[in-house]
Design a protein around this ligand. Structure first.
Ligand SMILES: Nc1ncnc2c1ncn2[C@@H]1O[C@H](COP(=O)(O)OP(=O)(O)OP(=O)(O)O)[C@@H](O)[C@H]1O
Ligand SMILES: C[C@@](O)(CCOP(=O)(O)OP(=O)(O)O)CC(=O)O
Length: 311
């Protein structure tokens, strides 16, 4: 028997929560770089509830990059995963694990393949922003494995290239994704508006009205909207910019009445834009409509809003 190279596996694990947009991202001005047509604002959930947990392993014995999602292998060939891997590999640094006797030079990361396993503790691709938690977690965990030293703004910009909404899950609390103006996307990244302690008596209830996979993914749905909806341009250019400013104020002042009004209005306009798409996109079902009616009745019977909705 000939001598064999000693093999090793280096691993890192991370967990990222999902986020729920209160001013929504819908529509891209650049599909490849994932650059949006408007700013958006979201609230990041507590990771104990809705989150993705991802383990990334690197080893010289892996012949290719592979990924498993919720226990099933999925293709890594899609541009979104490749962009994140490429951008993190570019920023990888030397890693040394004395206990295992592993020394990886930064240039070695280009040749080392990874295996990725991720689990969501909530329904995947059902409208609960699994891509946000999943891609943020992937970027964060790859960064940890490869010892990258980038700040959260830079990581959010990389996560954005995996899934737009993922750039906001890099931070806790309330987060704004600034759409940016540059063609190369260098100024399109998320910033934290306030951290998770700022509005700690705000309660978020997620009612899962269906855990089935959506018929139209966000990526293809928003592509159709950009191509066919005349209402989208009005929303992005006229409605959202002033709504963003009002929402920032409502969050800073913990003004629930304004927060609720803006959140409901933006959710309704998002669904209106989906209906304005050809063919129309329907993300709500009868149960969603009944919940909306109940919250509206509750808000009006109490005088000031007691609850708000994102669907
Ligand atoms: N944990 C994960 N790790 C990596 N990728 C994931 C993970 N979870 C989901 N994804 C990717 O995101 C895709 C689902 O994204 P999609 O935007 O269609 O749905 P969603 O994010 O759950 O809903 P929405 O964007 O409407 O809130 C999956 O098909 C998969 O490619
Ligand atoms: C309705 C939304 O949740 C849409 C999210 O879309 P994605 O971020 O999933 O889309 P891609 O960038 O194509 O991956 C609104 C939002 O989160 O702002």
């Amino acid at each position: 028997m000939g001598a064999t190279e000693p093999q090793w596996v280096l691993m890192a694990t991370g967990r990222s929560p999902t986020n729920i947009a209160v001013i929504k991202y819908w529509g891209k001005r650049d599909e490849a770089l994932i650059l949006p047509v408007n700013d958006s604002i979201s609230v990041t959930l507590d990771p104990d509830h809705l989150s993705a947990t991802t383990t990334v392993a690197a080893s010289p014995s892996f012949p290719s990059d592979r990924m498993w999602l919720n226990g099933k292998e999925i293709a890594l060939s899609g541009g979104r995963f490749q962009s994140c891997l490429r951008e993190i590999r570019k920023r990888a640094r030397d890693v040394e694990d004395e206990k295992k006797g592993i020394k990886i030079k930064k240039e070695d990361w280009e040749k080392l393949h990874v295996h990725i396993a991720s689990y969501n503790n909530f329904p995947t691709a059902a409208g609960l922003a699994s891509s946000a938690a999943g891609l943020a977690c992937l970027v964060f965990t790859l960064g940890k494995l490869m010892n990258v030293n980038e700040d959260y703004g830079e990581l959010s910009s990389i996560a954005r290239q995996g899934s737009g909404s993922a750039c906001r899950s890099i931070y806790g609390g309330f987060v704004k994704w600034c759409m940016g103006k540059n063609d190369d996307g260098s100024d399109s990244m998320a910033v934290q508006l306030v951290d998770e302690s700022h509005w700690d008596d705000l309660v978020i209830i997620i009612a899962v009205v269906s855990s089935k996979q959506k018929e139209t993914s966000s990526t293809s749905g928003m592509r159709d909207t950009v191509e066919t909806s005349p209402l989208l341009q009005y929303r992005a250019q006229t409605v959202v910019p002033s709504r963003i400013l009002k929402m920032e104020d409502a969050i800073k002042n913990r003004d629930f009445e304004s927060f609720a009004r803006l959140t409901c209005a933006d959710s309704n306009q998002f669904h209106a834009v989906c209906l304005d798409t050809s063919p129309p996109i329907f993300y709500m079902n009868d149960t969603s409509h009944r919940i909306i009616s109940l919250v509206e009745k509750w808000n009006h019977s109490e005088g000031t809003p007691q609850g708000c909705l994102h669907i």
